[in-house]
Design a protein around this ligand. Sequence first.
Ligand SMILES: Nc1ncnc2c1ncn2[C@@H]1O[C@H](COP(=O)(O)OP(=O)(O)OP(=O)(O)O)[C@@H](O)[C@H]1O
Length: 248
Amino acid sequence: MTADAMLDIRKLNKRFGGLAIFSDLNLTVGKGELRCIIGPNGAGKTTLFNLITGRLRSDSGEIRFEDRDICRLPVHEITRLGIGRKFQAPSVFEEMTVWDNLIVAGTGHRRARRLFTTRLESDLAERAERVLDSVRLAPRRDELAGSLSHGQKQWLEIGIVMLNDPRLVLLDEPTAGMTVAETAETADLIQEVFKDRTAIIIEHDISFVRRLDSRVTVLNRGGVMKEGSFEEVAADAAVRKAYLGEEA
Ligand SMILES: Nc1ncnc2c1ncn2[C@@H]1O[C@H](COP(=O)(O)OP(=O)(O)OP(=O)(O)O)[C@@H](O)[C@H]1O
């Protein structure tokens, strides 16, 4: 494992019956890196997140997170080690305020206000304040989450993932269902929130990937097809053919 790697995937194999999703997949993400993963439908992007977070087991290979192989660990243990994940669809409690959504996520309890007494919980309040600011929702803190726009609900979910200060964050299509303006603002927000942090983002929206200006990995047919800057990837004839359906 290279010294500055946060995640180092080596010779990972995964099949679903006769379908080989990954054949000796190698992928390294450095500490402090923001990495985009793109690829055609069915390339295995979500499966990769499921393997990293322990929801699925690989057939063989290694997934090293910092200094240990996490391949056979249960989901809760992987979460405890510091891997946070945001799923594609927002699942905030719409009938609760933005603030209470954060507190509930931090305490795991829906009667958040009544429980909010100990020092431990005031530490949570401090973290929630910081997160609220970073996801641009401080002015909306006392409003019901149900009154937020779709994009703002996604930001609240990013905030919920950030509450526990994960060392590696996995975001699955954070701009799904957003307007063009929301997508652009989300790219800026993600750049700020993950400035000195490590995150892997699955994304279909090419305008978002371009704006994010981070290293891009293209998954296709069992492995990494191409890796590089957005410009390098976008200029690659084979990528254009596989991903954009263009003739090489
Ligand atoms: N648990 C499972 N059992 C069997 N097949 C599965 C399972 N999960 C995913 N697959 C199949 O594996 C392939 C990869 O799926 P995956 O969802 O990882 O792709 P993806 O790149 O995330 O696609 P999309 O861009 O459409 O979200 C697909 O053909 C899918 O049908």
